[in-house]
Design a protein around this ligand. Structure first.
Ligand code: FMN
Length: 407
């Protein structure tokens, strides 16, 4: 799966320590299918050599507006016209100030000023010391470059090369790749608030043990990421999983089915699309011991009693918001056999417009999956593919159903 296949990116490097991360970013762009043309300021060359960037991009690097390689001697025009986007990573405080002023005294600033703004987006990944970042001049300049049409990708927080800790680190290359992939994605769900549940639940028996299942959360996390790429505001209610939160997604961590019910019904009051991917425990132990349940040496095993958990999907699907068609509900069914029949029956039972079936043992923990979409019109198969690919297809399927479904 190549997220940036066919894209041509001009990667601009300015003078900052974070130039070392640009080598990895360039590699990730290439791996994602993009072609990359690197352009560096004079200051950037103090931090990383053009040789490294040439080797990783497979193209000679441009550093000067006086470069005679171009027949018309105008690299600032030629290089920008070919680009699908110009990405400045790292972008120094100084360079942001120069963009604000429309300066053009070196190749990169000249290229940014000379780019056709309606066709070639400018994305900025700032990187600087926390005091430089917090300075009113920098914040003022960032507001101005945004107002002038650039997209500011934000910064990370943490330990900085200067020894201080705070905001201003360049985002990690993988985070930048995720943001830039999202930037290029069609905004099929713009204006929507998508609520996703993911992962297993954990039903405690005592402070040490509990009952859970094999759900890894990967499908739900991929759906949350795909919904954000499609332009939605996304809330992800996650059971106990160790997966990184997709960029730009609000995550609420929960443990038990009851916790998940509370967090989900609260968020569902504002959502317009609900995707119930979580593998919620059907039952929980009737009692939860305050202390560890111990062996007493008699060979007698404990007798466990269970009570049924609330059905989260059904609760949300029966809510006033869903019934008045302000909330489009999508359920997931993980089955071990007879997928079509079970999925059809589950959709009817829950009274929802779309049910997605998958075979649990072939889905749990895997990076790939296959989905079966069941709605009033019938059944459609999304063949085996990476979960992120399927999640993106599912967003397209949901977006296509919204106009007919709304009253
Ligand atoms: C060791 C060192 C590290 C620096 N790191 C940064 C940085 O991370 N961010 C930044 O905005 N400026 C940083 N600077 C200052 C810039 O390199 C300086 O403002 C330079 O003029 C930027 O030029 P450019 O914008 O043309 O690349 C650093 C300077 C030095 C000497």
């Amino acid at each position: 799966m190549q997220d940036l296949a066919g894209k041509h990116i001009v990667l601009g490097l300015t003078g900052g320590i974070a130039c070392y991360k640009s080598a990895e970013l360039c590699r990730l762009f290439v791996k994602a299918g993009a072609t990359v043309q690197v352009v560096m300021t004079e200051a950037a060359e103090q931090f990383i050599t053009p040789v490294t960037m040439q080797a990783l991009s497979g193209r000679t690097v441009y550093t000067s507006q006086w470069d005679t390689r171009e027949p018309n001697n105008m690299p600032h025009i030629n290089l920008s016209r070919e680009a699908d986007a110009i990405v400045l990573a790292p972008c120094s405080a100084d360079f942001i100030a120069r963009l604000v002023q429309g300066r053009s005294d070196d190749l990169l600033s000249l290229m940014c000023l000379a780019r056709p703004m309606d066709r070639i987006p400018l994305l900025i990944a700032p990187a600087m010391n926390r005091e430089m970042w917090a300075h009113p001049a920098t914040q003022r300049n960032l507001m101005q470059v945004s107002a002038d049409g650039a997209t500011v990708l934000g910064v990370g927080s943490g330990w900085q090369a200067c020894g201080e800790t705070g905001d201003g680190r360049m985002l990690e290359p993988a985070q930048l790749l995720e943001d830039i992939t999202a930037f290029f994605s069609p905004k099929l769900l713009a204006g929507h608030k998508v609520l996703v549940t993911a992962g297993p639940t954990f039903e405690a028996l005592d402070p040490i043990r509990g009952i859970t299942n094999h759900s890894s959360g990967k499908m739900g996390f991929a759906i949350a990421r795909a919904a954000r790429e499609a332009g939605a505001e996304v809330t992800l209610v996650a059971g106990p999983v160790h997966l990184p939160t997709p960029r730009g997604v609000t995550r609420v961590d929960v443990l038990s089915a009851q916790d998940m019910l509370e967090a989900t019904t609260r968020a569902a009051e504002y959502a317009s699309i609900f995707v119930a991917t979580a593998a919620v425990a059907d039952w929980r132990p009737a009692t939860q011991s305050d202390q560890k349940i111990k062996k007493d040496g008699s060979g007698k095993t404990p007798v466990l009693e269970f009570v049924e958990n609330a059905d989260i999907l059904l609760t949300v699907a029966r809510s006033e918001r869903a019934q008045s068609r302000k909330l489009f509900c999508v359920g997931f069914a993980a089955e071990s056999e007879n997928l079509v029949e079970h999925a059809k029956a589950k959709r009817q039972r829950k009274g929802i417009p779309l049910l997605v079936g998958n075979i649990g043992p072939l889905a749990f923990g895997q990076d790939d999956n296959a989905l079966l979409l069941v709605d009033t019109h019938g059944v459609r198969e999304l063949p085996r593919a990476p979960k992120l690919t399927l999640a993106r297809e599912l967003m397209t399927e949901i977006a296509a159903r919204l106009p007919d479904w709304r009253v």
